[in-house]
Design a protein around this ligand. Structure first.
Ligand code: GDP
Ligand code: ZN
Length: 314
């Protein structure tokens, strides 16, 4: 009997894939045969974790007798990383991502807002809704309440949700769990922010440190098995990304950058000139909003930094 259907790629190692028809978790071994081409694909992996694929198999798929992936269905979105800044080769980290959770801490390691803003721009470019997770709040709820409040103010006024968590006190873990439920979630965070601890807090059965992939391996050409989807006990689908370097790099034209700062895009409708770089133009509504405090100085500075860097490379 022929088994066939549509399922989601949950793991890829070399030419081997595991599929599951989400939200079910019945793993189907599969392989890629023949050439599956992606439109304009420069990716090293034509099929990525999160891809919805059509598969077929004579009889029940088993590791010795896997199903064949016959088609990759159109993607709703995808996130790529380049091995280096200038590399043309890109690796698709994940496709069809419902939500990205960017995990940060105010210190240990210290937060770098321009870096975070760059990641948020990347999420906007890829069309992946981003949520900020401010972890280790046990360290600063009493010590640095103003910095905590400032962080919240900056990002909530930009339109992002901020979830405060602590894996020490358990604060916010339930909120994060609810935010992840039933979704394909990309978890990102600089090393040391507590990403692994949070994943364990979400589901003690998941141990992200086991089988962790070091950044070094990402340099290689034959990058396989980098990303894997895990299902938590309460039905969230998590994709853990090791480190962040390379994820924040998108090629944007100078005049495009502001389109991916949601609060600036909104304000810019009132700018006197179109296009407006929001730097020197008279009647710039973005600059007015920064002056009035409705757009944060920090976000505006990140924008200026990206503009300048962009100019530098061109
Ligand atoms: P990862 O590198 O992002 O995966 O971070 P880990 O989960 O390995 O955590 C890095 C360090 O931060 C470890 O020493 C953790 O014990 C600590 N840590 C993680 N979460 C918290 C938290 O909420 N509060 C505090 N105080 N420490 C935390
Ligand atoms: Zn303007």
């Amino acid at each position: 009997m022929e088994h066939s259907g549509i399922a989601t790629v949950v793991k890829n190692a070399g030419s081997q894939y595991l599929l599951s028809a989400l939200p079910e978790w019945n793993l189907i071994p599969a392989v890629l045969r023949g050439r599956i081409r992606l439109k304009g694909g420069v990716a090293t992996n034509p099929v990525a974790v999160g891809d919805r694929v059509r598969y077929a198999c004579e009889g029940e798929p088993t590791p010795a007798h896997p199903a064949t992936i016959t088609e990759v269905l159109p993607r709703k979105n995808y996130v790529i990383r380049r091995s280096t800044n200038l590399s043309r080769q890109a690796h698709v980290i994940a496709a069809n991502v419902d939500a990205a959770f960017l995990i940060v801490s105010l210190y240990f390691p210290e937060i770098k807002l321009p870096f975070l803003d760059r990641l948020l721009v990347t999420c906007e470019v890829y069309g992946v809704p981003a949520t900020l997770v401010l972890n280790k709040v046990d360290l600063y709820r009493d010590e640095a309440p103003e910095q905590m409040a400032a962080f919240r103010r900056i990002y909530e006024s930009a339109g992002y949700r901020v979830i405060e968590t602590s894996t020490v006190t358990g604060e916010g873990v339930e909120t994060l769990r609810a935010a992840c439920r039933s979704k394909v979630c990309l978890l990102s965070g600089e090393s040391g922010v507590g990403k692994s601890s949070l994943i364990r807090a979400l589901d003690p059965e998941l141990d992200p440190k086991v089988g962790e992939i070091s950044e070094v391996h990402l340099q290689g050409k034959h990058t396989t098995s980098l990303y894997e989807m895990y299902r938590t006990q309460d039905g969230a689908f998590l994709i853990d990304t090791p480190g962040l370097r390379g994820f924040g790099l998108v090629d944007l034209k100078k005049e495009e950058i502001a389109l991916y700062f949601p609060e600036m895009l909104k304000a810019s409708r009132e700018c006197r000139f179109t296009p407006c770089t929001h730097t020197h133009e008279p009647g710039c509504a973005v600059k007015d909003a920064v002056g009035a405090g409705t757009i944060s100085v920090e976000r505006y500075n990140s924008y200026l930094g990206m503009l300048e860097e962009d100019t530098k490379f061109r």
